[in-house]
Design a protein around this ligand. Sequence first.
Ligand code: ZN
Length: 291
Amino acid sequence: MPITTFSLGEITLHGLIEDEGPYSDIRKLFPALTPAQLDAARPTLGEALDAADQAVFRYQAYLVRLPGMNVLVDSCIGNDKERPGRPSWHRRHDHRFLGGLAELGLSVQDIDVVMCTHLHADHVGWNTRLENGRWVPTFPHARYLFSARELAHWEAENARTPVAALVDSVLPVVAAGRAELIGSDLELTESLRLLPTPGHTPDHFSVRIGRGRDLAVLTGDALHSPLQLAHPELSPWFDWDPARAAHTRRALLERYCETETLFCTTHFPGCSCGHIRRAEAGFRCDPPKGP
Ligand SMILES: [Zn+2]
C-alpha cells in the first residue's frame, strides 16, 4: 500500500494506508439516499463506489511530523483483533502498517504522541499489539491522548455490553499509564490544535495542523464517502447522532470551503485529501495541485 505525503512548510504529513476495500452496499450505508441522488452522484464517486454499488473505504492513519515531534492520528484496524462481525478486520496479521512506518525510516519507538479522533475499532487498532497473550501499547514512548468525554461514553457502553475495541485497544493503554485524558478543543502545540466535530460519536474531534493558520485539517470520520460532499445531510446508519453529525459535517465543509486548507479524510479511497470548493447546493473536493 502506498504512503501519501504532503509538505506543509516545516510540517510533513503522511497518510499510512493499512487497507482498502468494499464496506457495504452504499444504499444500506446511507439509509436516506434516494435512487435519483445515487444516479446523479455515481459519475463523481470514482473509486469510492465499485461496480456492485459497494461503498469502498480506505483505512488509514495520518502521521504528522512536526519539528521535534511525531504525532500519529488514528491507528487503523490493527493485528490479532477479534472482529468476527467484519471479516477484513478480524484476526489480521500482516506487516502493512508497521511496514509503512519503517518505509519512512521510523519504528514504534519514534512515535511521541498518539491521538484518536474517536474510539471506533478502525481508529484505535494499532494502539496496542499482542505480546505473550497480553495487549500492550504498540508505541512504548508515546503519550496517548483520548477525549475524556469520548472515553467515558465508551466505558459506560462497555459496562452494559462489552465493546471489544475498547477492551483490547484502549483500556490496556489506560492500564499501562500511557493515556492522557483531554478536551476535544486541546491546543497541543502552536502547530496542532483540535476542533470538536461531534455526531459520528459523542466527542469526535478533527485535527488542525499549521502554525497560525490551518494548512491541513484531518477530519476523522466526519465524512465517510465523497457522496457526502454533494449531500452533507446524508449520515451513515452508524453515526451516533445522525442529525448532529449532518450539522457538524456541513459546518466543517463551510469552514474550509474556498480556502487553501488541505482537507484530509480517513476513508475516501483514491485521492482522500484536497481542497473544498462549493458545487451547487453542496461541495466538491479538488485534488491538491503539484507533486
Ligand atoms: Zn472509521
